[in-house]
Design a binder for this molecule. Structure first.
Ligand code: FBP
Length: 266
């Protein structure tokens, strides 16, 4: 495996993934506030911003749109995913193979969701083993959406749970662990420590104010995190370019939130 910093997922050792698999995971409800966000082309345009290292989508979106953007956007293909219509114990269907992602879609990286703590964890971890080993053959970096979830878990964002999630991603061979924000810089530091050489990125979460969102990203960077994988806090904004300008400052320049907001025109 080439050094992570030499992969298209990284810019100066940092990561900013725009995630756009919400049409599958959450359904059309996520596009209601900004109806044009239902159009994948709009989000591919957003992902041409210099701050974005990769766009994460499901196979069908990649098949339909990526050929027009392969010069300007790095593609992360999600290999599994489930709709919000599923009412069972957390699980995620494998929708795409590594071979298909690499050879047919032109993916630069692959992503996989694991619900540690679910009754389906064992099966999901075995599916991840196949994907991770195939990804190594293609020299594709692997991002694990490491989301402890299931009937036994009371609080998915508990600091100990998030630290376990980054450790699990590390032990299973992920290059990047994508985890929910555990609520503070201290908790994120512990999560980063537990991840060993696996990079840790924060999952964006539901849309918040510019300042609140940027402060959580700043805490992640200050804690030694590599950056962010974000969906709604970008595409549910009327002007996604503005928040990406600010994120560029916080993630790559390690600027303060005030400086970032000023750079973005506030
Ligand atoms: P957001 O930044 O919008 O939270 O997106 C990150 C993400 O992991 C998406 O890739 C995915 O669709 C969604 O969150 C799933 O979140 P959850 O399973 O918590 O509803």
């Amino acid at each position: 495996m080439r050094p992570f910093d030499d992969t298209p997922l990284a810019r100066d050792g940092k990561v900013l993934i725009v995630a756009y698999d919400h049409g599958l995971e959450h359904g059309p409800v996520d596009f209601e506030d900004v109806p044009e966000s239902a159009d994948p082309e709009r989000v591919f345009e957003v992902a041409t911003h210099d701050a974005v290292t990769t766009l994460a989508v499901q196979k069908g979106v990649a098949e339909s749109y990526y050929s027009s953007y392969e010069d300007d956007v790095n593609l992360l293909t999600k290999l599994n995913g489930t709709s919000n219509l599923w009412m069972g114990e957390p699980d995620s269907a494998v929708n795409c193979s590594v071979e298909y992602a690499a050879e047919e879609l032109g993916a630069d990286a692959v992503g996989f969701t694991l619900y540690g703590g679910s009754n389906n964890e064992v099966e999901m971890a075995e599916e991840f083993r196949d994907a991770q080993e195939r990804a190594r053959e293609y020299d594709l970096p692997v991002v694990l959406w490491s989301y402890p979830r299931g009937q036994g878990l009371k609080n998915e964002k508990n600091p100990d749970t998030i630290a376990y999630a980054t450790r699990q991603a590390h032990e299973l061979g992920a290059d990047v662990a994508k985890v929910k924000y555990p609520g503070s810089r201290d908790a994120m530091e512990q999560a980063v420590r537990m991840a060993g050489r696996t990079k840790v990125v924060m999952s964006g979460g539901s849309k918040t104010s510019d300042r609140e969102f940027l402060e959580s990203v700043k805490a992640v960077i200050d804690a030694g995190g590599a950056g962010l994988a974000v969906g709604r806090n970008v595409f549910q904004r009327e002007n996604p370019g503005r928040i990406l300008d600010a994120l560029e400052q916080v993630i790559y320049e390690e600027a303060s939130v005030d400086t970032a907001l000023a750079a973005a025109g506030d």
